[in-house]
Design a protein around this ligand. Structure first.
Ligand code: 5GP
Length: 112
């Protein structure tokens, strides 16, 4: 069954997409925890961080370049921001298609 993010990637459900290329898409989180809360997602459906393969290394690196670009675009780069990727139950993962939360626009509190 396709993940909710694959449905967004395939434009089957709407999202506020802020970046897209052949490998990566980024869109605003539906329930933002800060003024800027963007999800950066590989188009390849990888369920969890545990499922990343050697062959995905370039893709994961590319995601960080997209994060860097978006951080500049949304004026987060100077003040700073946080990148979060949750894994499985204890990590608080709710969508099983890996994604990176780009969070910023205010001074963030402690992690846990
Ligand atoms: P996780 O809890 O897996 O780390 O993060 C999943 C994130 O996806 C949550 O922050 C949640 O608000 C967001 N989310 C879940 N469903 C949708 C959706 O349909 N559209 C958008 N834009 N975000 C979603």
């Amino acid at each position: 069954m396709p993940s909710i993010f694959t449905k967004i990637i395939n434009k089957e459900i709407p999202a506020d997409i802020v970046y897209e290329d052949k490998d990566v898409v980024a869109f605003k989180d539906i329930a933002p925890v800060a003024p800027v809360h963007i999800l950066v997602v590989p188009k390849k459906e990888i369920a969890t961080i545990n499922d990343i393969k050697e062959e995905d290394a370039l893709l994961i690196g590319k995601i960080y370049l997209v994060i860097q670009k978006l951080a500049k675009e949304f004026n987060l780069d100077k003040d700073g921001y946080r990148v979060v990727s949750n894994c499985n139950e204890y990590g608080g993962q709710t969508v099983f298609h890996i994604h990176f939360h780009l969070i910023g626009g205010k001074k963030l509190g402690t992690m846990v």
